[in-house]
Design a protein around this ligand. Structure first.
Ligand code: HEM
Ligand code: HEM
Length: 184
């Protein structure tokens, strides 16, 4: 017999919220750092944090997917019509796909372009990607369009979460809240 739970597991919630904060930061810094007008040190700091936190996110998404595969959520149903259920499934799938594609494309763009990733270089990590302008350009395009796609999905996702949490109060928000502990 499988037992259902009212919430995602503590591990799933903790990873979700750590990644949520980091992803929001990556999106904001990503769009800001490509603008003109920054002083060199400020722009460098933004690029260095974006690249290195991006690599951390690449590791975290593998941990997250592994955790989900080993411990699939078995949540007690809440009252959702089938269209809402379907929309949530598609949106979550899209978010997972972009959580993988974005840091991978960023990594390939930087490595194929011959640029450093400071934390990995300090650890003596090999670049793993051949030096190629064509590959760097292709990955840059994927990263560029992916940036708009993940921003749109995250905005819709936050909108849906707020709607469930503040308007419908139907238990969907509290499945993922709080980030640690059992909560109400
Ligand atoms: C989930 C992870 C990531 C998100 C959400 C993200 C988001 C963004 C956004 C919104 C931009 C601005 C749009 C653009 O002009 O392309 C951007 C640009 C950029 N990102 Fe990321 N990024 C992520 C991971 C990475 C990683 C891991 C690297 C490299 C190790 C990276 C390297 C870059 C670079 C170099 C740019 C400047 C534009 C370019 O030259 O391609 N990003 N990113
Ligand atoms: C900003 C980056 C974020 C990303 C990439 C993200 C991604 C995801 C993903 C992939 C899921 C599906 C979990 C699963 O079933 O395995 C999920 C669930 C959820 N997220 Fe987020 N999330 C983000 C931010 C937020 C924020 C800011 C909120 C709240 C305002 C939020 C609230 C929720 C809730 C309530 C669920 C559970 C939905 C359900 O049970 O159907 N998320 N999130």
């Amino acid at each position: 017999m499988t037992t259902t739970t009212k919430k995602y597991s503590g591990t799933s919630r903790l990873i979700h919220w750590i990644m949520a904060v980091l992803i929001l930061g990556m999106i904001v810094v990503g769009f800001l750092m490509v603008q003109d007008g920054w002083s060199r040190p400020v722009q460098n700091t933004m690029f260095i944090s974006h690249k290195n936190i991006g690599v951390l996110l690449l590791i975290l998404i593998f941990v997250r997917l592994f955790n989900r595969w080993r411990n699939p959520p078995n949540l007690a149903p809440v009252e959702l019509d089938s269209m809402q259920e379907f929309a949530a499934r598609i949106a979550h799938f899209g978010l997972y796909a972009l959580l993988l594609v974005m840091p991978l494309a960023g990594y390939i763009r930087v490595r194929a372009g011959g640029f450093p990733i400071e934390a990995l270089d300090a650890l003596g990590m090999p670049t793993l990607v051949p030096r190629s302008e064509a590959l760097a350009e292709a990955a840059k395009m994927v990263h560029f369009y992916g940036a708009y796609a993940i921003t749109a999905l995250v905005v819709m996702h936050i909108g849906a979460a707020c709607f469930h949490g503040l308007v419908r109060k139907d238990g969907v928000f509290t499945r993922m809240w709080p980030p640690v502990g059992k909560g109400a």
